[in-house]
Write a protein that binds this ligand. Sequence first.
Ligand code: NAD
Length: 433
Amino acid sequence: MRIPHLIDGRAVEGRDYFETLDPANQQVLAEVAAGGEAEIHAAVAAAKAAFPKWAATPAAERAKMMHKLGELITKHVAEISTLETRDTGQTISQTGKQLVPRAADNFHYFAEMCTRVDGHTYPTPTHLNYTLFHPVGVCALISPWNVPFMTGTWKIAPCLAFGNTAVLKMSELSPLSISRFGQLATEAGLPKGVLNIVHGTGREAGEPLCAHPDVRAISFTGSTATGQRIVKSAGLKKFSMELGGKSPFVVFDDADFERALDAAVFMIFSNNGERCTAGSRILVQKSLYPRFVERFAERAARIAVGDPMDDQTIIGPMISPQHLAKVRSYIEMGPQEGATLLTGGLDAPALPAALARGNFVRPTVFADVSNSMRIAQEEIFGPVACLIPFTDEADAIAQANDIQYGLSSYVWSQDIGRAHRVAAAIEAGMCFV
Ligand code: NAD
């Protein structure tokens, strides 16, 4: 299979191609067009040319197209989720039941929102000041590899619904599912140039896209390091940056034990642990700590690792051998830093021969972790849980905030006053109570 770019409504062959591999067995899934400056220029020019007409299209018309795209996703869930699972190693139960169906909602939601744009008024005795919202123009949309269909559509839907046009660059590690969406959108009659997709690496395609003078806004999801690089080098543009995380999952001793345990297991091991919002620092009150740690490790040891296309599998392969090596390096580091390995570790999981070359790792649990250890401070982005004890509310808040990240957080307590106090005190963009 060969995957072209989508530029100005046409499938554009690559001057060169790279391979995308199945992480469960290293087999080549497709050859993907490798774009660079020339393709980026063509795509931005197409998006710029399409912008005036698309921006002037009545919101109700754009909304109709957004609903149509959402319906198309719903119709093709099985096909898209299979592509995504084979390209990323994310399990079919996640892509087929959650991530791809949910992506359809992105279009339906923004179809509604784009018809309800209002503004503010600031009356003074002599003037009536008011705000108007306009589309900004050509937007660069850049996605990581971990949940590409969800992330890609999360960007495309609001961008297009509000009258902007887009050049999208998916991660070179997982371009397949969104490429299929590009074909479906074209067949559905999305005007040419409104959505362009250029494939390629960050350096060859991402950098020229972000630096392009006709790009007015950048919506980037990916690592904190890349986000910082883009903000420094892209010049004066609007930015939306969704970056890395090392989110605290705080369990007080009055929490509903079984529900907190379930959620803790889910939040670190679902999506293979390759999840920006993973509850990867599990802070447990000391009085509860020994019991919680024991039960958590028992649960982790029973998690099914294997073929991501099997709907009983909970953890599939890591996205690439390089990423597997990174995850394994933290598993090696844990005991060296003084953490106790309770389950998992570096031994390869028992798997059938067909998966012998896959990027698999066992779900791993470390207890006696101190928040200052590197395994607690750095984003591992794999199925590795760190269980950290805390004494009281003040200690929980201090440890939760002692981190360079601030993406998500979780608080478990039946004391509603405490839950709200702690949620407000944790410095994170989201808190789930
Ligand atoms: P990454 O930063 O390596 O790459 C992300 C994207 O940026 C890719 O498409 C890549 O090709 C591109 N890129 C790389 N260098 C670039 C450059 N100089 N200019 C422009 N584009 C460039 O991240 P990744 O390894 O693909 O993804 C994992 C990271 O993404 C993790 O840190 C994770 O937490 C984060 N993430 C965050 C969210 C969120 O919503 N906050 C969601 C998913 C993933």
